[in-house]
Ligand binder design. Structure first.
Ligand code: DOR
Ligand code: ZN
Length: 346
């Protein structure tokens, strides 16, 4: 059976949620990642270094005894975040960045940013402290079509921001378009992007043709095939500006299969096998390791992991569902075949 060994990956964008579901989310990702950047969009959001520290403690309490895992915490940027909040975040060894959600853009973003104008001193403090800004890059202007929201965000907000703060490190999260690939590729050093498995594997036809598949609904929404192809080229290009960030985001089956379904795909159970499938299809398996295990660590200025992960090419079935607190989650590829599987370490 073909087997590959790669440096242990990290996940530079994940939602672990809180409370009794941490058992599931934390231990699923800890099976394959050494570190993960933990999104702060809880209710209420994680807005201060003190709150991030408490959340970190709850995550570590959920980690099984035999696992090694390091959550990298983030703060949720609001209109009220001050330079002092940034200073405290930057002084904390647990915090690796600040997340910008435009208000109303996605799940639990109501407390997000309504405009950057008044936040200039806060952004200047981030640049000064060298604390990265993680961005959900979509405009929320109701006049902009949902499929154009990422491209419009680049034009209206991100382009000017990159220029105005020339040394601020910025990660455009979960990119979905050719526009984002081009923007990040052509931007100055210090601008990078994460790419999810679902945006590499699926396009909007997969979600909408022949019936609506709510478990493929995430934000930014899946785009047309041409954009998926651009993302595949970027991910497999060996360009260090593009790296793993699963955006694994659990929602219960009831909240997804609903008249107004939630946005988010759960991939922590199989993220690396899914990425491996994409890289194999593109004939670039040799580029997988850098994408999953090198480029993100380099961008965040963390040491690359020293241990390894084995992957075996053997068809296996993804679970139909995963227990999630008192309910369940339908994960990506539920009940269908995966081409790769993780080999438990000896
Ligand atoms: O699909 C998404 N789900 N996109 C996001 O930006 C947030 C996430 C969530 O928290 O469920
Ligand atoms: Zn996310």
């Amino acid at each position: 059976m073909p087997r590959i060994t790669i440096t242990r990956p990290d996940d530079w964008h994940i939602h672990l949620r809180d409370g009794d579901v941490l058992d599931r989310t934390v231990n699923d990702v800890a099976l394959w990642a050494h570190r993960a950047v933990v999104m702060p969009n809880l209710t209420p959001p994680v807005k201060t270094a003190a709150e991030a520290t408490q959340y970190h403690t709850r995550i570590m309490a959920a980690l099984a005894d035999n696992k090694r895992f390091e959550p990298l915490m983030t703060l949720y940027l609001t209109d009220a975040t001050t330079p002092q909040d940034i200073k405290e975040a930057s002084d904390s060894e647990l915090i690796c960045g600040v997340k910008l959600y435009p208000a109303g853009a996605t799940t639990n973003s109501a407390a997000g940013v309504t405009g950057l104008e008044t936040l200039k001193p806060t952004l200047a403090a981030m640049q000064e402290c060298d604390l990265p800004l993680l961005i959900h890059g979509e405009v929320t202007d109701p006049d902009v079509d949902i499929f154009d929201r990422e491209a419009k965000f680049i034009e209206r907000t991100l382009g000017p921001l990159v220029e105005e703060f020339p040394t601020l490190r910025i990660i455009l999260e979960h990119i979905t378009t050719q526009d984002s690939v081009d923007f990040v590729s052509e931007s100055r050093a210090g601008v990078a992007a994460t790419i999810t498995p679902q945006h590499l594997l699926f396009d909007r036809n997969d979600m909408l043709v022949g019936g609506i598949r709510p478990h493929l609904f995430c934000l930014p929404i899946l785009k047309r095939r041409q954009h998926k192809e651009a993302l595949r080229s970027a991910a497999t290009s060996g360009n260090p500006k593009f790296f793993i960030g699963t955006d694994s985001a659990p929602h219960t089956v009831e909240t997804k299969e609903s008249a107004c379904g939630c946005a988010g795909c759960y991939s922590a159970h199989a993220a690396i096998p899914l990425y491996a499938e994409v890289f194999e299809e593109e004939g670039c398996l040799d580029k997988l390791e850098a994408f999953t295990s090198h480029f993100g660590a380099d961008f965040y200025r963390k040491a690359r992991n020293e241990d390894t992960l084995d992957l075996v090419r053997q068809d296996n079935l993804a679970p139909d569902y995963l227990t999630f607190g008192s309910s369940s989650v339908i994960p990506l590829r539920a009940g269908e075949s995966l081409r790769w599987r993780l080999e438990p370490s000896q």
